[in-house]
Design a protein around this ligand. Sequence first.
Ligand code: GDP
Ligand code: MG
Length: 323
Amino acid sequence: MVKSIDTIYGTVVRKTNKYMGTVKLPGRLSIDKARKLEHIRIKTYDRHFAEELRAIPKQFPDLDRLHPFYRALLEAYAPIDKIKEEIGRIRAIMKILASIRDEALFQITKAKTLADLKRVRRMYLGRTWDVLEKNKKTFDFLRKLHRVVRRFPRVDFNAKTVVLAGFPNAGKSTLLKALTGSEPEIAPYPFTTQDIRIGHFEHRWQKVQVIDTPGILDRDPSEMNPVELKAVAALKHLADVIVFIFDPFQDPAMQRDLLTKVEHLIRAPVIRVVNKADLLDDPVSAKQEFGADMVVSAQHGTGVDELRSKIIEELGWSHGRRD
Ligand SMILES: Nc1nc2c(ncn2[C@@H]2O[C@H](COP(=O)(O)OP(=O)(O)O)[C@@H](O)[C@H]2O)c(=O)[nH]1
Ligand SMILES: [Mg+2]
């Protein structure tokens, strides 16, 4: 979690007060002793501020070593350079706070009365708060980003990946289940209102990951806002093969149009599949009508083994992104 500036400030003050309650110095109260106590107090505030701020950049992945899929997803939120800049800003704030601390420590050495010391503390707290407040946008930006990053879908980058696409109701969810034989893992798809579903099957030593993105690769990308579009485009860094599912009971031209757009967005080899074979009198002519590679019934499992083989074949010739 990245804390808000109010929480950071509150935490620092609370922890410092608590700590100062345990500090006992020998001797009677004198201005000298009060100075020493105030010195410890300012250093304690500073230590806690540094602790709070240092924790922030550590909560983000190393942006230079991030997988392109995650990088592209982050880009949907803000340019990577902007994210780096905002994280860097936290380090700059730490430096400013250190200089305010040094100034306060210096003022303490010159304080002649308890009232002087009180003023130093007020100056220190006021100025540190001002610095946080002036940078509120940075903290808010990183808070929001972090909330999304920590829920990024957990993708296996060592596995080959099949991305399913096709109209709503074409049978993507049913096919995902048929191909992988298990309930998919569901995670929110960042920067969209949709989920991503991930299942997998194994072929010999190789794990194949199958991804369904309902509400994403089933509609015209031109209807998406720029953020959604970037989030969708991130999938191109993942897809080794696209399986495009045609519904024989929906408009062929519109489905082919979607396929063209998906191909354009993702640029991976495509396997074209007509689904719902069990409901077709003439599967062969449906296959021809859609220009498909094969006909399956996701519901009944017909042709699913063949589809798996076709996927493996396609991956075997794969364009070597991860070979
Ligand atoms: N008869 C038949 N129905 C299917 C087949 N595949 C999917 N369906 C049905 O079509 C509807 C939509 O399927 P679903 O997998 O949710 O489609 P999605 O929107 O692309 O994920 C559901 O009612 C499924 O039961 C199939 O091969 N045969
Ligand atoms: Mg679905």
